[in-house]
Write a protein of this length. Structure first.
Length: 308
């Protein structure tokens, strides 16, 4: 039995370029890994099978559309394993379809868990290449920490960061489709007259003020630099998120934004006590299903030591 713990992410910056001919957008995506995470446990089995427990487990597909199953199959194919056998149990804590890359995290965890279970010793750079085949957010779940993602987000550059930061995540009822949010972003840009194609929208880059705040360990400066080009689209599709953002800010958050494509909202607190108070206020506000206080950055997908 191999258990891998893998973190959720928040995008402290999500700069979105214009729509490319291949249907993707160039990104300047500053990923930040947080301690809220899933665990994927791999045990020997016949074929590739899945089970899931935890919040929203009934919303997790247990077929080949699940990135964990696809990861196991891709790793087996890379090593020429014709008939892979593994059962993967996903213990969910990351919101489903919540903009925190929960499915991508499970794909990364499955790569690490199956590699260990099958004793393959796949080099780290090969695992990253396989992760990029699975999806744009999967490579970051492998490495964790804080990193700038370019291209579709899969080309990673680790970033220097000082200290630990305290976050609160407000979980909405229901999810949002990431492709739908990108389409709405394009629609809003066209509606505003700026255009939505790669020829219309400059290629985004990391915000120097944000990078400096991370390197200095300055939570207040980081809060001032938080940005998400998909936030307007998420709010357009789910207007009620505005009340969640307002409730967290009124409870003392120094920064607030929609996490990724939403609908989870992320709040940066000054310290752990502040995060606990913000989470309690959000849970009492009626604007979200629940709220979790956590911290980061943390490492990426890693095997859990049974003795720990």
């Amino acid at each position: 039995m191999i258990t891998v713990r893998v973190p959720a992410k928040v995008n402290v910056q999500l700069g979105v370029g214009g729509l490319r001919a291949d249907g993707f957008h160039d990104l300047a995506n500053v990923f930040f890994a947080v301690a809220l995470g899933d665990e994927v446990t791999a045990t020997p089995g016949e074929g590739i099978t899945l089970s899931c427990s935890g919040p929203d487990a009934d919303a997790v597909p247990l077929d080949d559309s699940n990135l964990a199953a696809r990861a196991a199959r891709l790793l087996a194919a890379h090593h020429g394993i014709a008939d892979p056998g593994v059962h993967l149990h996903i213990a969910k804590a990351i919101p489903v379809a919540g903009g925190m890359a929960g499915g991508s995290a499970d794909g990364a965890a499955a790569l690490v868990a199956c590699d260990a279970l099958w004793k393959l010793d796949t080099p780290a750079d090969v695992l990253l290449d396989l992760a990029a085949e699975l999806g744009s957010d999967v490579p970051f779940a492998l490495v964790g920490g804080v990193a700038l993602g370019r291209g579709r987000g899969e080309i990673l550059e680790p970033l220097p960061v000082e200290g630990s930061y305290h976050w609160v995540f407000a979980v909405a009822d229901g999810g949002l489709s990431t492709p739908a949010v990108f389409r709405e972003c394009d629609r809003l840009r066209d509606e505003a007259g700026t255009g939505s194609s790669a020829a219309d929208v400059p290629t985004p880059d990391a915000d120097p003020a944000l990078l400096t705040a991370l390197a200095d360990g300055d939570a207040v400066a980081l809060a001032a630099a938080l940005s998400n080009d998909l936030q307007a689209a998420a709010l357009s599709l789910r207007p009620g998120l505005a009340a969640t953002l307002r409730a967290g800010t009124e409870a003392g958050a120094v920064g607030a934004l929609v996490s990724g494509s939403g609908p989870t909202c992320a709040f940066l607190a000054k310290d752990a006590d502040g995060a606990a108070a913000i989470a309690a206020a959000l849970r009492a506000s009626g604007t979200c299903r629940t709220a979790h206080a956590t911290h980061g950055p943390v490492a990426g997908a890693a095997v859990v030591d049974p003795a720990a």
